[in-house]
Design a protein around this ligand. Structure first.
Ligand code: ADP
Ligand code: MG
Length: 751
């Protein structure tokens, strides 16, 4: 009897304890507990970077060892001169590739490509193949290397390919070497429909690179007849956030959208700037070391790493490479980063704006052109002739950006990058070019060059005092304008407005195409002056450049790109200021753009239209998903929590009333106000969410892709901030213990 009473008391007590425990063990508290107990995961030290570099890449040196001279020469020719590889050679290459891969314990192979989803795609096949007598062999023939047919029906195609047909194929890109990732041999490929249209990022990029090579090489011949090839170079800088993955799992918004849709800013943000270049924590350092080791094996030449401005924000940058390879390496890196982060219990956020009120992330694209004679065409040289060549490429690039600023803006338009561009942070949505005070002066002087023939005195003056002085000027040209979306930084242009999640191929295709087009026009104009006006080559070049400077002046801007004054000034200058993706994307199907891409044989009009549709649809889907997640969070997480807390307050107030009677209103003033405020915010959330859902329903009924994207942008999205406002207010009112979502201070300051 006694025992059973004790047992009942114990059981009751246990039950209440359990209840308390239940209250405490919201997912947020679990996440906090998990992170408190984290230790740095030991990195897998694997020797010197220089020794590991390219170990898992079927590069020239691996090929030379593994292949016959004939096959090697053939592949080398294909890479350097774009020649075709015949079937017999492809068999030899595949056989060598297979032996090399098996030797490195690879079991599968895949055609690795970049569909228009923005990520990379792969479908693994085993080398293994059963044979008649019950045995098995490892097989990988030339046919399998050169072409594959993935079931492509689920990749975006913008209506090009009837989905039921599902007929697209991948084809080997020998200019980007195969590599082993994990136990899979990955073969970089293009992805095209059977009808010939590109379904990926790489195909138009390769075409644009081919065009810029031809156009730049032709112009180079004015200065050096020995130039046979020009490559476009790209050095990207990848910014990202790292947070503990327990927090990411505890936040449905991060899991589903890659960013926080609610969350009050922490008491300490980035105002002290103490994170920039600060010391890197052990946990993060261990992650970075693993990441860098893997990059070395994969031949991604990462070189610098540092903390960025915001807490838990970092940057990784490689040595620049040929643009196609650099694009592949960036896509691969983003995949590798995410995988290695998992091992270290981190979640990597490459979204452009994961946290409101805290700096976002970008992916600066440093770009230049280099000749096979070893000259960087955007680097001032030692002689006046070299400098005239530099000025030619420098001014032509400015002119290209000037003529196609709206298209460049379109090339970086995504739902997530809208949070940066035009949102009073990072580069503005207005494209302009920063060149620094010294080069501005040089352009001013060139603008005054006499039209037509130059006098001998003027020639000497130009040589000595304008063109001849450039290298010295550049050396002390240290002023850098961080607010510029497109800045000249000494020996390259830096396209800073590119988003951190983006595939670089899109902006790189545009930039290389517009520069190619510009260089083609330049050559025609110069040749005409030489032929018709009988000008000397230098004179003709000076004459054309002078006109270009005059025509493209409005794109040059040295001031603060974030300021309101610039927005007004840019408007006066007639520059575009497309703040949202649906508005910005329109430039992708303007007559000017369609003609440009078709004329340059980079994309047909059908392909341009298809891409436009895909990007508009993607925009709509992203906003749609965010709207749904925000609605769920507000109604299922935040409102119930607020009600719970409010109930406790009501109980408390009622108790006070019982004790103090009439006086209670004075005593419980704070509680009563809080109760009222909470109700106000709950009502706010409810009404705004309802209105948002209504707009979503209306938008979903729209069949026109363009109108639908605009509806999501102009009618649905504005509610996000309004709903968020009430949620964030509640976050600072409600008892911290009850709050279900990981807070900014936890995610950003827990290492
Ligand atoms: P930050 O912008 O952080 O100050 P830098 O201006 O030093 O950094 O830029 C470094 C990046 O520029 C690196 O990724 C590097 O590879 C790239 N880079 C340097 N020279 C070239 C070039 N000629 N072509 C393309 N990228 C280049
Ligand atoms: Mg930079």
């Amino acid at each position: 009897m006694k025992l059973s009473i004790i047992f009942i008391i114990f059981a009751l007590q246990f039950n209440t304890l359990n209840k308390i425990h239940y209250k405490m063990s919201t997912i947020r508290f679990h996440a906090l507990k998990e992170t408190f107990n984290r230790k740095p995961v030991k990195f897998k030290e694997k020797g010197k970077h220089s020794e590991n570099f390219g170990k898992n890449v079927f590069n020239f040196s691996a090929m030379r060892q593994a292949m016959t001279k004939e096959a090697f020469k053939s592949v080398q020719n294909a890479i350097e001169h774009g020649t075709k590889i015949d079937r017999n050679i492809a068999d030899q290459v595949s056989s060598a590739m297979k032996d090399w891969a098996l030797n490195k314990n690879a079991t599968h192979y895949t055609h690795w490509f970049q569909p228009l989803t923005g990520t990379t795609a792969e479908k693994h096949d085993a080398f293994f193949e059963p044979i008649e007598n019950g045995g098995a062999i490892e097989k990988f023939g030339g046919g399998q290397l050169v072409q594959q047919e993935p079931d492509a029906s689920s990749f975006p195609n913008g209506g090009i390919r009837n989905t039921f047909e599902a007929r697209g194929y991948t084809a080997w890109d020998p200019t980007s070497p195969a590599f082993i990732y994990g136990t899979t041999l990955c073969i970089p490929t293009i992805f095209v429909a059977y009808t010939g249209e590109a379904l990926d990022y790489k195909t138009p990029l390769l075409k644009a690179l081919h065009k810029v090579d031809a156009a730049a090489t032709a112009v180079c011949k004015y200065f050096d007849k020995n130039v046979k090839k020009t490559i476009s170079t790209l050095g990207w800088e990848q910014e990202y956030f790292l947070i503990d993955d327990a927090f990411a799992k505890a936040r449905p918004d991060i899991t589903l959208t890659g960013r926080t849709l609610v969350g009050h800013s922490p008491a300490k943000g980035q105002q002290l700037d103490d994170h920039y270049f600060g010391s890197i924590s052990d946990r993060v350092l261990s992650y970075m070391r693993d990441l860098e080791t893997e990059c070395m094996y994969l031949g991604i030449p990462v070189k610098t790493r540092h903390n960025e401005v915001a807490p838990n924000q970092f940057e990784l940058a490689p040595v620049f490479e040929e643009a196609n390879l650099a694009v592949d390496h960036n896509s691969l890196l983003m995949d590798v980063m995410a995988k290695i982060a998992t091992r270290h219990h981190f979640k990597i956020l490459t979204h452009e704006k994961p946290f409101a009120g805290i700096n976002g992330s970008g992916k600066h694209n440093n770009w230049s052109l280099a000749t096979d004679t070893g000259i960087n065409l955007l680097s001032p040289g030692k002689t006046p002739m070299n400098n005239l060549q530099f000025l030619t490429f420098f001014i032509n690039t400015i002119k290209a950006v000037h003529d196609h600023e709206e298209l460049l803006r379109a090339g970086i338009a995504t739902a997530s990058n809208d949070h940066r561009l035009g949102a009073n942070e990072a580069p503005p949505a207005i494209i302009s070019v920063f060149i620094g005070a010294q080069l501005t002066k040089v352009l001013q002087e060139l603008k005054n060059v006499t039209k037509g023939k130059l006098s001998p005195e003027e020639k000497t003056d130009l040589k000595l005092n304008v063109v001849g002085k450039i290298p010295e000027l550049i050396l002390d040209n240290t002023d850098r304008n961080r607010t510029s979306p497109f800045a000249f930084t000494g020996n390259k242009f830096e396209f800073r407005a590119v988003g951190s999640t983006q595939n670089c191929a899109n902006p790189m295709t545009i930039l290389n195409t517009i520069v190619a087009k510009q260089l083609e026009e330049f050559k025609v104009e110069v040749d005409l002056l030489i032929k018709d006006k009988k000008l000397k080559k230098d004179e003709a070049i000076f004459n054309v450049l002078r006109e270009y400077i005059k025509k493209s002046e409005r794109i040059l801007f040295e001031g603060n790109g974030y300021s309101d004054a610039w927005e007004k000034e840019a408007k006066k200058r007639g520059l575009s200021n497309n703040k949202t993706t649906p508005t910005a994307l329109k430039a992708k199907i303007s007559k000017k753009t369609l003609d440009l891409f078709e004329g340059m044989e980079v994309m047909t009009k059908v392909e341009s239209h298809a891409r436009y549709e895909i990007e508009m649809e993607e925009y709509t889907m992203r906003i749609q998903i965010e709207g749904r997640v925000l609605g769920d969070l507000a109604r299922n997480h935040i409102v119930p929590t607020a009600i719970k807390y409010q109930s406790a307050l009501i109980k408390n107030a009622q108790g006070l009333k019982d004790i103090f009677g009439k006086e209670f209103k004075k005593i419980a003033k704070e509680q009563l106000e809080l109760i009222k405020d909470i109700s106000g915010h709950i009502t706010g959330i409810k009404s705004k969410t309802k209105a948002m859902i209504n707009e979503r329903k209306k938008a979903n009924k729209i069949t026109d892709i363009e109108k639908k994207a605009h509806a999501y942008c102009d009618k649905v999205k504005p509610y996000f901030d309004e709903i968020r406002y009430h949620c964030d207010k509640l976050e600072i009112m409600v008892d911290d213990e009850l709050w279900p979502l990981s807070k900014y201070r936890e995610m950003l300051f827990t290492r």
